[in-house]
Design a protein around this ligand. Structure first.
Ligand code: SAM
Length: 296
C-alpha cells in the first residue's frame, strides 16, 4: 500500500505491523521510529538536499528512509532482516519527486559490518561525490559500526546517527567528565561530535529502555597526529585500566621505572595524583610518544 500517511506515524506503522505480522526482533536491535518530528529532526540534522547520496543502515519498515527520499536523497540501504525487503518494496512510495523509486532507492541485504562500499555502491552512487551516512542504529553494534565506517574506504562527509544517550554522551565527553574515556578519545581524534537532538523512548515501537540522541559526526579537517593509532589506543586503554586510580598507578604497567614515570608525569605538567579522566587528548599523545611501541 502506498499511503499519504507517513510510514513513521504511529497509525501507519501499526497498520504495517498488523498487515505483515511484523515482530520486532530484539536481537537485531529493532526499535521502529514512530515520531515524525524526530524523523524530520534526523533529516534536518543530516542537512539533506536534493541529489544527496545517503547510505542508511537498517531501514526497518522505512520510516526514516521515506523522509530521506522525500527530502531529495538517493538512498542505498543495508539491512539484515530478510522479512523487511517485501515490506519496503510495498510501502515506500513508488515515485519520488517524479522519479521511479528504483532510481532513488536500493536495498542490499547485507550486514553493514561486511560492507564493501566500492563494489556495493558502484553503479548506484557516483563515488567521486560526497556520501552521507544516516541511521537509526541497531544499538547492539553502535560502536563497531562507527569504527567500521571510520576505518573503511568510504569518504563520508558526515555520519548522522541515532544511538543510546549514554553512548552519545561518551562520544562527545570532555576531559574531567564522568563519561570521558577511551571511546571519547578514539572518536574525537578522528571526528567532530555534535549532539543534534534527544529522542524519548516513547518515540519507538517497541520502546527501548533508554532515551536516545542523534549525533552528527564529521571528519576533522586537521586530525591530531597520534602516531601509530593502534599503539595510541592501547596506551589510552592502559591509562584508563583502573579509572578510579591515579595516573601514576595506571602508568606502572606502561612505564615500570619509577623515575622515568615521574619524569613523564612532570613533563605533562600535571599532579601525579591526577586521575586519567582529567587528561586532554594532547596529553595522551605525549604519553603515547614516550612509551615504546609494542609489536604483536
Ligand atoms: N530505520 C528504522 C527506523 O528508524 O524505524 C529501523 C531502525 S532499527 C533501530 C535498526 C535496524 O537495523 C533494523 O531494521 C535491523 O534489522 C537493522 N540491522 C540490525 N543489524 C544490522 C546489521 N548488522 N546491518 C544492517 N542492518 C542491521
Amino acid at each position: 500500500m502506498n499511503s499519504t500517511i507517513p510510514i513513521g506515524s504511529p497509525v501507519r506503522t501499526q497498520a504495517i505491523i498488523n498487515q505483515y505480522f511484523v515482530r520486532a526482533k530484539k536481537a537485531l536491535g529493532q526499535n521502529f521510529l514512530v515520531d515524525l518530528d524526530a524523523i524530520l529532526g534526523i533529516v534536518r540534522a543530516a542537512d539533506i538536499h536534493e541529489g544527496d547520496q545517503v547510505i542508511e543502515v537498517g531501514p526497518g519498515i522505512g520510516s526514516l528512509t521515506e523522509q530521506l527520499l522525500l527530502a531529495g536523497a538517493k538512498v542505498f540501504a543495508y539491512e539484515v532482516d530478510d522479512s523487511l525487503a517485501d515490506i519496503l518494496e510495498q510501502e515506500l512510495p513508488s515515485k519520488v519527486n517524479g522519479q521511479p523509486i528504483k532510481q532513488r532507492f536500493e536495498l542490499m541485504m547485507k550486514d553493514i559490518l561486511k560492507a564493501d562500499f566500492k563494489s556495493d555502491l558502484d553503479g548506484f552512487f557516483d563515488l567521486t561525490k560526497p556520501i552521507k551516512v544516516v541511521a537509526n542504529l541497531p544499538y547492539y553494534i553502535t560502536t563497531p559500526i562507527i569504527f567500521f565506517l571510520n576505518e573503511s574506504s568510504l569518504k563520508f562527509t558526515s555520519l548522522t546517527l541515532m544511538m543510546q544517550k549514554e553512548v552519545a554522551e561518551r562520544l562527545g565527553a570532555a576531559p574531567g567528565s564522568k563519561a570521558y574515556g577511551p571511546l571519547s578519545i578514539a572518536v574525537q581524534i578522528e571526528m567532530n561530535v555534535k549532539v543534534a537532538l534527544t529522542v524519548e523512548s516513547s518515540s519507538f515501537i517497541p520502546r527501548p529502555h533508554v532515551d536516545s540522541d542523534v549525533v552528527v559526526l564529521t571528519p576533522l579537517v586537521n586530525k591530531p597526529d597520534v602516531g601509530d593509532t593502534k599503539h595510541f589506543d592501547w596506551v589510552v586503554k592502559m591509562c584508563f585500566a583502573q579509572r578510579r586510580k591515579t595516573l601514576n598507578n595506571n602508568l606502572k604497567s606502561l612505564v615500570p621505572d619509577a623515575a622515568k614515570r615521574a619524569a613523564l608525569i612532570t613533563s605533562l605538567g600535571v599532579d601525579p595524583r591526577i586521575r586519567p579522566e582529567r587528561l586532554t587528548i594532547a596529553q595522551f599523545i605525549q604519553i603515547a610518544q614516550s612509551v615504546p611501541v609494542k609489536h604483536d
